[in-house]
Design a protein around this ligand. Structure first.
Ligand code: BG6
Length: 290
């Protein structure tokens, strides 16, 4: 294990962010004049070899324990592997960007055995008034394979128990806590351990009365939205959460997981993207929370 590399800072006229080559892991982003949008635990790993608790871990090529339920490390090897910085700069719209690439040659021999396929994965982070994260995966081999993937975004919230997640009403989901198939009714609120995989392609809005803002989370190329908060007991049992920190975070993840993997034939590519924007909380939404 060695210390994490220094993060790369992306500075644009309308926002600033940081990203690590380890895991191609977005660590921070704030649009100009706003508080940070990504949450990172004060106990997050500072050395390689472990996953970082917070920011945006890239889950690939499997999610959680994978579809067999037996894969390790959890959420795949991408988030604990060093990626290569291959481009950085400013685009025509004035956003600052960096892109990182991962191929099997970067992955330890032991981990590669769990996914014996030829691929190239690129994570592009672009910051300005919006954050855009784009994970492109190409099958560079000759045989078809399936992957799971997720941008495991950890949002910073004022108080997770007072936040409302809008946009999932009527959407079926797999409740990973109770192991039941259910359907969401109305806004999602966090009232206990929350770990839900929604069959969902659209946008969600995270209404935060304490920070007075709405985080608008949209996406492309994604059939799954995952919402996760460990709640008190589970967080206390995790070495990389300070005891009360679970209240300041909510993961809203864009992915293709469990029953919705991505199948890539030889030469095919797939792009998964998530975009986050900040809007002021409307008076009507603020009134809902009292
Ligand atoms: C979520 C999963 O995406 O990530 C949860 O749905 C999991 O089941 C959580 O507990 C955190 O995973 P990890 O491996 O970072 O502790």
């Amino acid at each position: 294990m060695t210390r994490l590399p220094e993060p790369l800072t992306l500075t644009a006229p309308h926002g600033e962010g940081t990203v690590l080559s380890y895991g191609a892991h977005a660590m921070s982003w704030a649009p100009e004049g706003h508080e940070p949008v990504l949450w990172v635990s004060s106990r997050a790993a500072t050395e390689t070899g472990r996953a970082i608790r917070g920011g945006v871990p890239v889950c690939f090529p499997w999610f959680g324990p994978g579809r067999t339920g037996e894969m390790t490390p959890a959420h795949g090897f991408a988030r604990i592997t060093e990626w290569h910085l291959d481009d950085q700069g400013q685009d025509d719209a004035g956003n600052a960007f960096a892109s990182f690439t991962l191929t099997p040659q970067d992955v330890s021999e032991q981990l590669r055995e769990s996914f014996p396929h030829e691929f190239s994965a690129t994570l592009r982070m672009s910051v300005g008034s919006a954050l855009r994260l784009e994970l492109s995966v190409t099958n560079t081999g000759e045989e078809t394979f399936e992957i799971e993937e997720a941008l495991h975004t950890c949002l910073s919230v004022g108080d997770a128990t007072r936040v409302r997640v809008r946009g999932l009403d009527g959407v079926p989901f797999h409740d990973k806590v109770t192991k039941e198939q259910r359907t969401q009714v109305g806004d999602l609120t966090v009232e206990g351990e929350t770990d839900a995989v929604f069959a969902h392609r659209g946008e969600v809005r995270v209404l935060d009365p304490d920070l007075g803002r709405t985080l608008v989370v949209s996406k492309e190329g994604s059939d799954s939205t995952v919402v996760w908060n460990p709640w008190k007991d589970k967080a206390v049992g995790m070495s990389d959460f300070a005891d009360d920190e679970w209240q300041q975070m909510l993961c809203v993840e864009a992915g293709n997981v469990m029953g919705s993997p991505v199948r890539l034939a030889a030469g095919e590519s797939h792009v998964l993207a998530q975009v986050i924007e900040v809007e002021p909380l409307s008076e009507d939404d603020a009134a809902l929370q009292g």
